[in-house]
Design a protein around this ligand. Structure first.
Ligand code: OGA
Ligand code: NI
Length: 366
């Protein structure tokens, strides 16, 4: 007793841990604060100011999947080896399914407390989890965002485990977006000079988490973020965003050797695809899992909605190990990373929270 830890107690008796717990106990998320008409955001959401510039020139490529295959493969190679992000159009997921998915996420997050709090949990054993900030108690600063998480594959939840608002659409959306992910993994395999089915056969799309994000309007958006900078803990991510901007990717400003934030502008009907940490690992660093973030919602009255589909290995296959693919390792490109299980990777990722440090660095070979 008497010892004041700097992580739990800051200045003037401010008890961060207690503030986090009180916020979590409301089970109402950031939306609850907005509904209570807060005009100043609680200090747990304050992020240190960011010194990086936002660039207006850097662009994220848009790839038309109905184009000539050899050309599409070339475009996928160029994007995955540099910015790590691209958008796809003519991707085969029906437009009305995209619209219905976004609408159902809005429906859930905007339903009354009685419909939401029963789903509020941090219990990783539950396949369906509503909460605000999966890393609330680990990260240095909280994000202005609420999330509905669903472990959709390999073993989907029973329909009644899903909130009624998303029950009719979420698993159907997951299936449709998985077909697209398999197609993209084929293109990526080819781009790496591998047989088209190689990545899928490795199990890169056997697991799927559907993460539905709700970014309420923020009264002090310059003090916080919607999502802290991070790279994705997956092989591949397929992101559906509504028509409100906010997603930014860290890119090298052309010419100058400095990193800047580039907007990923909403393109009607498109889906955003990005390389995850595990694809960077198995490609031995050739494909880039690039850091990105979401700025806090600057709108006065409209929430931003996004749905991230993270494709991963089947976590029940606890002995499956992933390391740099043999053919990607040469005498001039020695292995960069050690082989790990996906479970090992995810527990490292979740254990540290979004702290601004790349999770993959932990597995670099000396
Ligand atoms: C994520 C993510 C971006 C967004 O969930 O990992 O980067 O636009 N989301 O919500
Ligand atoms: Ni992400």
């Amino acid at each position: 007793a008497g010892a004041m830890s700097t992580t739990t107690k800051g200045t003037a008796g401010y008890d961060r841990r207690r503030e986090l717990q009180a916020f979590d106990d409301t089970k109402a998320g950031v939306k609850g604060l907005v509904d209570a008409s807060v005009t100043t955001i609680p200090p747990i959401f304050h992020h240190p100011p960011d010194s990086l510039a936002t660039s207006s020139t850097a662009t994220i490529p848009v790839i038309d999947l109905s184009g000539r295959r050899s050309e599409v493969v070339g475009e996928v190679r160029a994007a995955t080896e540099t910015v790590g992000f691209f958008q796809v159009v003519n991707h085969g997921v029906p437009a009305d399914l995209l619209a219905e998915m976004l609408a159902s996420v809005r429906r859930f997050h905007e339903s009354p407390a009685e419909a939401k709090t029963p789903h509020y949990t941090r219990d990783l054993a539950r396949k369906v989890r509503f909460n605000s900030n999966f890393d609330l108690f680990q990260s240095p600063a909280a994000n202005w965002r609420d999330t509905l998480f669903c472990q959709a594959l390999p073993d989907p939840p029973e329909p009644e485990e899903l909130p009624a608002a998303v029950r009719g659409v979420l698993l159907e959306y997951g299936d449709a977006v998985r077909q697209l992910a398999v197609r993209v993994l084929e293109l990526v395999s080819e781009a790496m000079g591998l047989a088209p089915d190689r990545l899928e056969k490795m199990g890169c799309a056997d697991g799927l988490s559907v993460v539905s994000n709700y970014y309420p309007p923020c009264p002090q958006p310059h003090l916080t973020l919607g999502t802290s900078r991070h790279s994705d803990p997956a092989f591949l991510t397929v992101l559906l965003q509504d028509d409100m901007a906010g997603l930014q990717v860290l890119v090298d400003d052309d010419g100058e050797k400095r990193a800047v934030w580039a907007d990923v502008p909403p393109v009607p009907g498109a889906l955003v695809i990005n390389v995850g940490d595990l694809l960077q690992l198995v490609s031995n660093g050739r494909l880039k899992s690039v850091e990105h973030r979401v700025v806090a919602n600057r709108s006065r009255d409209r929430a931003r909605i996004s749905v991230a589909a993270f494709f991963n290995a089947d976590l029940r296959q606890t002995t499956a190990v992933y390391g740099p693919i043999e053919e990607q390792v040469t005498s001039s490109a020695p292995p960069l990373y050690r082989s790990i299980t996906v479970e090992e990777f995810l527990s490292h990722y979740d254990g540290k929270g979004l702290d601004g440090r790349p999770a993959l660095d932990h597995f670099l070979l000396p």
